[in-house]
Design a protein around this ligand. Structure first.
Ligand SMILES: [Cu+2]
Length: 202
């Protein structure tokens, strides 16, 4: 699984060394520039697309999920496995964060300006709920990859900084789904991908 991307990375590194004089580093990586199609336009948004066979060093990070205006922001937050999510409350009312998925947890209820942190060590999609406001919902989508993107309202997404190579893309949406697909990423410039959502696989 890791051989192709590692070779591609080595090739990219060699290219970087030889081209340092004339090209900025950013020009040496490819990127996926994608578009989501969905039967209902509102479902174009908040689709997570991630590279399954990236084979690169892990780089878990801290990501932020806010609670503002009585909604979680963002609604869908993709993170690499091992990343920590900071759950913040920016509202003048108390909010709770709990999840019934995976190993269920309840981080408690806290006031404006405070936050709690949780590290996600298993892959999967974990609902985030608030016991104070039962219509609040969000998802933390944990992927075993450092390369992912999430679509905007128009269905557009980007996965930047990909070395040239052949990759498998996984897709997650809260209601719909799409089969894995392979994509050949060029060494430089955007590689366009269109993903059409259909019924979620059982
Ligand atoms: Cu709440």
């Amino acid at each position: 699984m890791t051989r192709i991307p590692l070779l591609a990375l080595t090739a990219a590194a060699g290219l970087a060394a030889s081209a340092l004089v004339s090209l900025p580093c950013a020009a040496l990586a490819g990127e996926i520039v994608g578009q989501i199609d969905a039967p209902v336009p509102k479902h174009k948004a908040n689709v997570v697309v991630y590279v399954r066979n990236a084979g690169l060093e892990p780089a878990p990070k801290t990501a932020l999920m806010d609670q503002e205006g009585l909604v979680f922001k963002p609604r869908v937050l993709p993170v690499q496995k091992g990343s920590t999510v900071e759950f913040r409350n920016s509202d003048p009312v108390g909010h709770n964060v709990n999840s019934p998925d995976g190993k269920p947890y309840d981080l408690g209820t806290w006031p404006k300006g405070e936050s709690r942190k949780k590290t996600f060590t298993e892959t999967g999609a974990f609902r985030q709920l608030c016991s104070v406001h039962d219509d609040m919902i969000a998802w933390v989508v944990v992927v075993d990859s450092r390369h992912f993107g999430v679509s905007d309202k128009a269905g557009a997404f980007r996965i930047p900084d990909l070395p040239a190579g052949k990759y498998t893309l996984g897709v997650w949406h809260e209601k719909l789904g799409a089969a894995d697909r392979t994509v050949e990423v060029a060494a430089t410039g955007p590689t366009p991908v269109t993903i059409t959502l259909g019924p979620k696989a059982p």
